[in-house]
Design a protein. Structure first.
Length: 253
């Protein structure tokens, strides 16, 4: 990924990690198009930052189809898609009512990336130096007790990234997986002020530095996430699971 000259579409970049990366990619020289559901927010971000914007709902197959067609029509040079949209919510499988939450997470975090890749992959195969960027989580490797479907959805994203990378090898399309730790965003209530979470700007700066240092990287791992990502390799998985669930305030729910 050449962040100094790519044309990048980022669905889910109206806030949080997506917006932070969009701003930094633009500053490095990329042309950035962002996608989201709220037209008034898209309009404001376009005015403030000069982003291209496209309205889409990543839980809606028709919306993804229409948005991808619009992106390719208006920016035919687009050669990178960052699959940023995702949700996280606690659920308790010991009680009734968890299924609606679980299905909503799967629709956004699993079906969303699948449908977005399906919508763009043929176009990307025809573009030089194309990139699909997925976003998983350290919780793909170590579970947080209150969020089982979120954890599983990010494990899915990790293995999907590994698998389609093999299929697209030789096709001119790289697959890069960004693996965040807990970051100070509004993904969960109170997380934006959680002192144990990584500050958003610090995370985004480190991601951009890693992309600049190794444009051919397959996995973008900030230092803070390695505690989770390599727990099983180090042989201290059980201890890491215990630590994460003892220290994260959401695990007390």
């Amino acid at each position: 990924m050449d962040i100094t000259r790519d044309t990048v579409f980022i669905p889910g970049a109206t806030s949080g990690i997506g917006l932070a990366l969009a701003r930094r990619l633009q500053r490095r020289g990329s042309t950035v198009i962002i996608g989201g559901r709220r037209q008034e927010l898209l309009d404001r971000l376009a005015t403030e930052h000069g982003f291209g914007t496209v309205r889409l709902d990543t839980t809606d197959a028709d919306s993804i189809r229409a948005a991808s067609e619009e992106v390719i029509r208006r920016w035919p040079e687009v050669n990178a898609v960052v699959l940023m949209a995702g949700i996280m919510a606690p659920e308790d499988w010991r009680t009734a009512g968890f299924l609606d939450t679980a299905e909503r997470i799967v629709a956004t975090n699993v079906l969303g990336p699948i449908r977005l890749i399906a919508a763009f992959v043929e176009h990307l195969r025809a573009r030089p130096n194309a990139t699909i960027v997925t976003v998983s989580s350290g919780l793909a490797s170590v579970p947080l007790r209150p969020t089982p479907t979120y954890n599983a959805s990010k494990a899915f994203v990790h293995m999907l990234s590994e698998s389609i990378r093999l299929q697209l090898a030789g096709e001119g399309v790289s697959v890069v997986e960004i693996v965040p730790p807990s970051v100070q965003t509004d993904l969960l209530p109170g997380q934006a002020t959680n002192p144990l979470a990584m500050p958003l700007d610090e995370f985004a700066d480190e991601v951009i530095a890693l992309l600049e240092a190794d444009p051919q990287a397959h996995e973008i791992l900030v230092e803070r996430v390695k505690f989770l990502r390599f727990a099983e390799v180090r042989g201290d998985y059980d201890a890491v699971v215990e630590t994460v669930n003892a220290t994260d305030p959401h695990a007390a729910r």
